[in-house]
Every structure is written in structure tokens, then in C-alpha cells.
Design a protein around this ligand. Structure first.
Ligand SMILES: [Zn+2]
Length: 258
């Protein structure tokens, strides 16, 4: 079971229920981020049906349950609601529950969940539009930094701050070099995202940082070759790298914070 700051014991089922609801909520928020951040739309206005523009009522806006209650159709125009909404919500639910099973410290669990809450929308935007919006990579870095500082203060882990910051700067310089060498294979979005990866993995040590990077490049190569084999990509196809960097970071957490 998870060790760490929590000395109050809550029943396991209640913890999973709470984290599950949290996951669905962040999943729902992720669908809003994916739809609105790339076009700089407001994040606070109510959601509308993409077909008839009917404003959703609160009960039509409950993650997953509304989709089931409405049987996947808009209550006004009857148009099919895309499966991506419940799909993303359930994916986030799974991503929020997984670290409770896989990781052994609350700091690692929360870092994973932050990485999931922002990393899933970042991955989908990168896959569909080949960009990683500054707002999301910036939030990821800021929130991760706060968690790391909080952990360092709570556990007296000040010796891990320097490797963490060095990881952020070092990995950014490495990706900047790749951006220059690859001439368009990497983007500035990847460089900015690498700061968070370096920061988080660096906090768990140099091996965690190397594992996060090695996993990202291995996964990227594997999927790239796979896409070429099934004819979905050519030698010149730009494959977004953000999703692999995020997946690599999660793998590194499983190995070094288990
Ligand atoms: Zn409608």
C-alpha cells in the first residue's frame, strides 16, 4: 500500500472511488482543453452541442454518465455525440487509478496524475495538430515544480532539487540540439515539454532521467517502424514526439518510484 504523508487511513474502496471520480472529472476537462486551447477559446463557458449549438445543462455535462443517460445522442437535435468524449474520460479514469497500484509514494502518484491530466490532452493535440500549446506545457512545468518543492520540504529532500533542475535544463539543451540537427523533426513544443520531463525524472535521479528518455526514443522508433510497415507513414512523415516523451516519463516513474 501507499506509504507517505497520509497517516489517516481511509477505506481503500473510498480512495479508489474518489480518485476515479477525480479521473473522470479531469478526463472531461481534457476534452475541453483539446477543443479549446489550440484555438484560444475561453475555458470557462458552458459546453455546447457541436451540431446544433445547444448549451448543455449540468446534468448533460456529467462525465461518462451523461453520455450513457443520453445514449450517446444530443437531447435537442439527436445527433450522435462523438465516442471520443467518453473514450477520453474513461482513459483518464484508468490513468488516475493505475498509479495507486503501480507506485509507492504519494508524491510519485500525484506527479503521475498531473502528467496524465495535462499529458493526455497534450498527446492528442500533438497527434492531431502537431503542436504542444505553451499553456499546457507551461502548466505542467509549474505544477510539477510546486509538487517537487513541496516534497523536498516535507521529506527534507533538498539534495534532490539540484539534480531535478539540472535535469530540466540538461534535457532542454539536448532537445534543442535535436531540433537543430533534425531540421523540423522536433519542434519547440518538444523542447518546452522536455523541461518538465527532465524536472520530474531528474528528481528521481539520473537513471530515471535516462530511462524516461530511452523509453521515449524506443517507443517512438517502434511505433514509427510499425506505422511504416502498415503503410501509414513514409520516411518523411513527421511523427509527433510528445506522446512518447510523456509515455517514457510514466514508464520511468513505474521503475524508479515503484
Ligand atoms: Zn445537438
Amino acid at each position: 500500500m501507499l506509504a507517505g504523508a497520509m497517516s489517516v487511513s481511509i477505506p481503500t474502496w473510498l480512495l479508489y472511488l474518489f480518485v476515479g471520480v477525480l479521473g473522470l472529472t479531469f478526463g472531461s476537462f481534457a476534452t475541453v482543453l483539446i477543443a479549446r486551447v489550440p484555438t484560444s477559446e475561453s475555458l470557462t463557458t458552458r459546453s455546447r452541442c457541436v451540431h446544433c449549438a445547444k448549451q448543455l445543462t449540468w446534468w448533460e455535462n456529467i462525465p461518462l454518465f451523461s453520455y450513457i443517460a443520453l445514449r450517446g445522442k444530443c437531447s435537442a437535435c439527436g445527433a450522435r455525440i462523438s465516442f471520443r468524449y467518453p473514450g477520453i474520460e474513461v482513459s483518464m479514469l484508468i490513468l488516475f487509478i493505475l498509479p495507486l497500484v503501480l507506485l509507492n509514494s504519494w508524491t510519485a502518484v500525484i506527479l503521475w496524475q498531473v502528467m496524465a491530466a495535462l499529458g493526455l490532452p497534450l498527446s492528442i493535440i500533438d497527434a492531431e495538430q502537431h503542436r504542444l500549446p505553451d499553456l499546457l506545457t507551461g502548466c505542467l512545468f509549474g505544477v510539477s515544480l510546486l509538487i517537487i518543492i513541496g516534497d523536498a520540504i516535507h521529506w527534507n529532500h533538498f539534495d534532490r532539487i539540484a539534480p531535478s533542475l539540472m535535469g530540466a535544463v540538461g534535457l532542454m539543451l539536448f532537445y534543442l540540439l535535436l531540433l537543430i540537427i533534425s531540421r523540423g523533426g522536433m519542434g519547440m513544443g518538444d523542447v518546452k515539454l522536455s523541461a518538465s520531463i527532465g524536472l520530474i525524472s531528474g528528481y528521481f535521479g539520473i537513471h530515471a532521467l535516462l530511462t524516461a528518455s530511452f523509453s521515449a526514443f524506443s517507443l517512438g522508433a517502434l511505433i514509427g517502424i510499425g506505422l511504416m510497415l502498415i503503410g501509414k507513414a513514409g520516411r518523411k512523415t513527421a511523427i509527433p514526439f510528445g506522446p512518447f516523451m510523456i509515455a517514457g516519463q510514466l514508464i520511468s516513474l513505474v521503475i524508479y518510484a515503484h
